[in-house]
Design a protein around this ligand. Structure first.
Ligand SMILES: [Fe+2]
Ligand SMILES: [Fe+2]
Length: 474
């Protein structure tokens, strides 16, 4: 089904046929736009940005490119097409018909799931709102804004479900999604990582690689849901989300490429020499990676969870790519969990598979994270250097789950609190690292020009050259 852009709210859900719902969303729309003006990208609202907008959800139409002023972006409501044969894919109701409406007993749980997902979308826009001023190129500036407008659209996706399926509570939740703010002392965003400031581009690339990837796995779990409108919403969000991770993956790779070039030029991997030459040394990149990876791991929740078990049993939230498993009911299976033994080591425990669903999803996520790290390491190897990047242990610096608050080194070996404190600056960005990274952050706004700490991308957007004027500043 294609999207009707004549409507005030572009949509492919036949909004026009439900006047009450349409009016409620049209009432929320100016509040959203006000939020965008207040807490979306600082400045650049009058710039012409070369953005992609969805005009249909199929392969042909979902990426249509053109210059847009961000406040005029057509944020809309797009669900993947309905599959009339779709059946519940997991849990106790496996094989039954999917739900077009929410069963009453799951109403409050679905509301919480949708609000939690919805809260992350505007949160990331708020976290990134000052980055435009220090963009390393117009290409990167455009990518930042593409991510931002799409996170805004993802908020619309969740708000549509709240309005369409939760009546007054849903409308109230939709308003609160614009009232909580990232890092706000009184009304913070729901999840910790989304209150961390993103004040430099290395953090932005790490965030889009690691934290947007958490988003991918959350969306994949919700795309399995028995509540069909939620599943179809998330399916379409996933196509947009892929670009966000592309930005992170290629961003980190370009930083590394530039570092390797400078390492060759000066014939040294000495951090001080590299920094003096304006490049980011690999150990600093590793520290940022350690920070954002460990922070993102917490987003999956506790490793043993009765909530996760009941979401799965009831068909609310599944495993990412459920079709890869043989047993979709998972009532008799167990999972081997590694827990701290209280004596400085680890012990294993068998828990019911359904209680381990957060951990199962986290493991799929970690595997996905490794793909980029392997690629970056090949890059380093090809350049003839022996240094390697790696993901820290999933036990490292955790705040949620069995390993929360237990000091470990990067390999996951338990150490004393004192040792952790004394080595923290080797493992995580310290003050001198963040000060150095910040010193590099200066906007570069001539077409085709790049900041000295990052290599140009291999290719431009939508077959345009790298030196295309991706943002026309005003
Ligand atoms: Fe998103
Ligand atoms: Fe995203």
């Amino acid at each position: 089904m294609s999207i009707n852009y004549q409507d005030r709210i572009p949509n492919n859900v036949d909004l026009g046929s439900n006047r009450t719902l349409q009016r409620a969303l049209e009432h929320w729309q100016p509040e959203f736009l006000k939020w965008w003006q207040d807490l979306g990208p600082s400045d650049f609202q009058l710039s012409n940005v070369y953005l992609r907008t969805a005009t249909s959800v199929d392969a042909k139409g979902w990426a249509t490119y053109g210059y847009v002023n961000m406040p005029d972006y057509r944020w809309g409501i797009f669900l993947a097409d309905r599959d009339p044969n779709r059946r519940i894919g997991f849990g106790d109701n496996y094989g039954q018909e999917v739900w077009q409406q929410i069963p009453g007993e799951f109403r409050s749980t679905f509301r919480r799931l949708i609000v939690t997902q919805g809260d992350t979308e505007p949160a990331s826009v708020e976290q990134q709102r000052l980055l435009g001023h220090t963009a390393p190129s117009l290409y990167d500036l455009r990518n930042l804004f593409q991510v931002n407008v799409e996170e805004g659209r993802h908020l619309w996706a969740m708000v549509y479900l709240l309005h369409a399926h939760f009546g007054r509570d849903g409308r109230e939740e939709a308003e609160e999604l614009l009232e909580r703010h990232s890092g706000d002392a009184d009304k913070p965003r729901i999840l910790g990582t989304f209150n961390e400031p993103i004040s430099d581009w290395l953090s932005f690339f790490m965030f889009t690689y690691f934290t947007d990837r958490d988003g991918k796995f959350q969306l994949k779990s919700l795309a399995e849901s028995s509540f069909d409108p939620l599943a179809r919403t998330c399916q379409f969000m996933l196509t947009e989300e892929a670009h966000h991770m592309f930005v992170g993956d290629t961003g980190i790779s370009r930083v590394i490429r530039r570092t390797l070039e400078v390492m060759k030029e000066i014939g040294s991997d000495d951090a001080v020499a590299l920094r003096n030459a304006g490049a980011i040394d690999l150990p600093t990149i590793q520290k940022y990676l350690n920070f954002w990876f460990s922070s993102s791991l917490d987003l999956f929740g506790a490793d043993t969870s009765s909530n996760a078990a009941s979401y799965f049993a009831n068909g609310l939230k599944g495993r990412p790519d459920e079709s890869q498993y043989e047993d979709h009911v998972a009532a008799a299976e167990t999972y081997t969990l590694e827990l701290p033994d209280g004596k400085g080591g680890a012990k294993t425990e068998q828990i019911p598979m359904r209680n381990a669903m957060n951990e199962v999803t986290r493991n799929s996520y970690v595997k996905d994270c490794e793909i980029g790290v392997k690629r970056w390491n090949r890059q380093i190897e090809k350049a003839g250097f022996s240094a390697r990047l790696s993901l820290p242990s999933t036990r490292f610096r955790r705040n949620i789950g069995s390993w929360a608050g237990i000091p470990t080194d990067l390999s996951g070996k338990q150490i004393s609190r004192e040792e952790f404190e004394s080595k923290k600056d080797q493992w995580l960005p310290g003050e001198s690292d963040t000060a150095f990274i910040r010193s590099l952050m200066q906007g570069v706004f001539q077409p085709g020009k790049m900041a000295a700490w990052i290599a140009p991308p291999d290719r431009g957007i939508n077959n345009n050259p790298v030196d295309y004027e991706y943002v026309k500043l005003h």
